[in-house]
Design a protein around this ligand. Structure first.
Ligand code: ATP
Length: 752
């Protein structure tokens, strides 16, 4: 990549604000500076672009320091009617020319991106007009014949084609999930019904995913309205049946754009009145409103903004004037570039399909995983399962955990049990991981056994790291035989994968193992093969990020350096991703190791930084980055070598990382994977196959791998996959952490 030295780039945020916009701005500014570009922020969106003057500010490395954890956008956003007019855009062009800027990154919704594209198309004409009216010279205009733009989508609605997630949507889901969890507990205490109205305009994403994540009882979304006219009656019947089945609370999630199949809006008061009449009890309405846009961005949104911002600068400097402008998005965990206007048009076509009552088409355009989530939700929120089909073979499927607790384990069990029961099968819960299977600690679970588990942290079935050995294998086989199990789902970590693999290999000795096994990755360490993300890792990451935010606040007025130790065993995922999300200046992980020379350089950097006026240092260390240079050693070394310039504190976060309720992403992921796993077991068992697998998210797809491939795909000694996709992100963390290049001690003569 060539880093031009004479280019200037500007960034603006436009439309509604969204959590994570700040991390994008920070990444854009710092990546641009790293490439020797001059970078500007345009304050107050297009309004600032039209006004110019003080609204266009040159940015330095430090002007975007300390903003990662802030909600909203620190450079402001506004709607601008003037920019919608050619006259307004003429002024905007003049302001950019005045500053010598012809590269622009826009972070906003479809409206903002459309506006940017119009501006780009008009640019040569606008310049001619400015020359004709005498406000700029022809020679100046000729230096900037084209406007190069790139777009990032910042919107809580997640309504844009071209990216799986828009910046802000995950944080909004966090806010909704927290609120609904809180409402559920008061609702359950009083056996009450609540209607919770969530944002999302024409897109049901927030409503659908929050209903799935919170185990709500009904959802109304614009993309797929009820397909019958008596929907209200059906909804009430279902709610009453749910109460009869033992549910203590009733929660209906209503998307703000919800409508019936004729396009008539469905309002929260209307739903509340219908329910009140049918249920004979007072129904409360909670409109969440702007709370959803507020608060600190989630770890995911911070990293999404960071990665997209970094990629946008690269896209700008690599783009040719005649190329289509690009929308930088994310699919799976990969950055994507799509033609910007194609994305805007496809986004508009969903809105058009909804307006024309073409709901099947709207759902198709939303994509396969949206539809899958909707179908799963329809099963989850049933009051009771469908009865078995007459004459159907009822399989006996067991569900268990293995390994350390991971938030989302309960959510996965709930989904597995309900999907299995709804298909007419008998579902067994094995307590206490493999120890429970050895000890015959098995019980049948019914629909209500897992009620309320969607949002619960910990592990209701119980879990531990027991890896069976010797005669354990005989006892395992005996229990499987005794309960006539037709398949087992193991939700957990390394010990589960290892043992399942061993059982498959032991089939010749123990015929009871001739059933399908499937492993679902649930571990905060994110160190399991075949899956880019394990259930629990997102919650752990959010726990770390929240803790580090607090740690940083505790040090506002001091020259202090924190070494924060995070979990992960020999896998550096949590360390790297939390380092990216908190702006840590250094991340230590086992994959890279730590040498004395590294530590010497880190001491130099710390001294240089604190001498230069910095007040806070943040280093994140994975628990097994190096067994000899442990956290206490590193702290002592830095403190001693710092010679009183700064003090050093260690913070070992420990088990708080494993605790707490699962994040929305972990709940959704757990539900999705468990649904697929149970379907896999049913499919294999019904055809008499013993095929066994582990499941995982890879890129955009959910895939199964043969269990026998487990040893081939991992580093057995380090207990991590041979390939770890996130290792490619290390250079971004380094670029954004401190201004480069980093001179060695000899280069700048700093004395220790
Ligand atoms: P959100 O999804 O949060 O509403 P948005 O980007 O879609 O974000 P809009 O209000 O549609 O929000 O657009 C923001 C600004 O972008 C507008 O105030 C206007 O300045 C500019 N803009 C939008 N559409 C156009 C257009 N067709 N032509 C020129 N400018 C536009």
């Amino acid at each position: 990549m060539i880093a031009p030295t004479n280019k200037k780039l500007a960034v603006l945020t436009s439309g509604g604000d969204a959590q994570g916009m700040n991390s994008a701005v920070r990444a854009i500014v710092r990546t641009a500076l790293d490439l020797n570009l001059e970078v500007y922020a345009i304050y107050e969106g297009y309004k600032g672009l039209v006004e110019g003057g003080e609204r266009i500010k040159r940015m330095t490395w430090d002007s975007v320091g300390g903003i990662l954890h802030k909600g909203g956008t620190v450079i402001g956003t506004a709607r601008s009617d003037e920019f919608r007019t050619r006259e307004g855009r003429l002024r905007a062009a003049h302001n950019l020319l005045e500053n010598g800027i012809n590269n622009l990154i826009i972070i906003g919704g479809d409206g903002s991106l459309t506006g940017a594209n119009i501006f780009r198309q008009e640019w040569p004409g606008l310049l001619d007009e400015l020359v004709d009216e005498g406000s700029v010279s022809r020679s100046l205009a000729d230096v900037y014949p084209n406007l190069i733009i790139a777009g990032l989508v910042g919107s809580i609605d997640n309504d844009m084609f071209g990216t799986d997630m828009t910046i802000g949507a995950d944080s909004a889901l966090h806010r909704i999930t927290e609120a609904v969890d809180a409402i559920s507990s008061t609702a359950a205490s009083h056996q009450r019904t609540f209607v919770v109205k969530v944002m999302g305009r024409n897109c049901g994403y927030l409503a659908l995913m929050s209903a799935l994540a919170t185990g709500s009882d009904w959802v109304l979304i614009p993309d797929s309205p009820p397909d019958v006219d008596n929907w209200a009656e059906l909804m009430c019947e279902r709610m009453i049946a749910g109460r009869k089945a033992g549910r203590r609370d009733t929660i209906v999630i209503l998307a703000e754009g919800a409508r019936d199949r004729h396009g008539n809006p469905i309002g929260s008061t209307q739903v509340a009145e219908i329910l009140e009449k049918a249920m004979g009890e007072e129904v409360r309405v909670t409109v969440l409103g702007h709370v959803q846009r507020g608060g600190a961005p989630s770890a995911f949104d911070r990293n999404l903004g960071t990665l997209l911002g970094h990629a946008a600068v690269e896209a700008i400097i690599n783009s040719k004037p005649d190329e289509e402008p690009q929308l930088i998005g994310m699919r799976g965990n990969r950055i994507t570039h799509m033609p910007l206007m194609e994305c805007v048009e496809k986004t508009h076509s969903v809105a058009a399909a909804i307006a024309n009552h073409e709901y099947e088409r709207a759902m198709d355009l939303r994509g396969a995983s949206f539809r899958e989530a909707y179908d799963t939700l329809r099963t989850m929120l049933r009051a009771l399962p469908h009865p078995p089909q007459p004459g159907q073979k009822r399989l006996r499927l067991a569900v268990m955990h293995s390994g350390a607790p991971a938030p989302g384990m309960n959510t996965a069990v709930r989904a597995a049990i309900r999907i299995g029961l709804d298909k007419g099968h008998i579902m067994l819960g094995i307590q206490n991981a493999f120890q429970g299977l050895i000890d015959d600690d098995v019980k049948e679970l019914n629909w209500m056994s897992v009620n309320g588990w969607a949002s619960m942290g910990g592990s209701e079935l119980g879990t531990n790291r027991k890896v069976p050995a010797g005669s354990d294998f005989y006892n395992l086989a005996r229990t499987i035989e005794k309960h006539a199990m037709d398949g087992i789902l193991i939700i957990g970590g390394w010990s589960g994968y290892e043992t399942a693999n061993r059982m498959v290999l032991e089939r010749k000795n123990f015929p009871a193992y001739n059933i399908p096994f499937v492993c679902l990755p649930a571990s905060i360490n994110n160190h399991l093969p075949g899956s880019e993300l394990s259930v629990g890792a997102d919650t752990a990451l959010n726990n770390i990020v929240e803790a580090v935010d607090k740690i940083k606040h505790s040090a506002v007025a001091l020259r202090r350096c924190f070494v924060v130790e995070v979990m992960g065993r020999d896998c550096g995922y949590l360390a790297l991703m939390s380092g990216l999300a908190t702006g840590a200046e250094r991340v230590y992980m086992n994959e890279e190791g730590v040498t004395l020379r590294d530590l010497q350089m880190d001491v130099d950097n710390l001294i240089r930084g604190f001498r230069g006026g910095k007040r806070l240092g943040l280093l994140i260390r994975s628990e097994r980055a190096n067994v000899v240079y442990n956290t206490a050693f590193m702290c002592a070394l830095f403190e001693e070598e710092g010679g009183g310039l700064f003090d050093v504190r260690q913070s070992i976060l420990g088990h708080l990382q494993q605790g707490g309720d699962p994040s929305p992403f972990d709940r959704i992921q757990a539900t999705r994977l468990a649904t697929r796993c149970i379907n896999f077991l049913i499919e294999q068992a019904e055809k008499g196959s013993t095929a066994s697998a582990f499941i995982g998210l890879q890129g955009k797809e959910i895939k199964f791998h043969d269990l026998e491939d487990f040893p081939r795909m991992v580093d057995l000694e380090k207990q991590r996959p041979k390939e770890q996709w996130w290792m490619d992100l290390r250079h971004i963390a380094k670029v954004l952490a401190q201004p480069g290049p980093h001179p060695s001690i000899e280069d700048d003569g700093v004395e220790i």
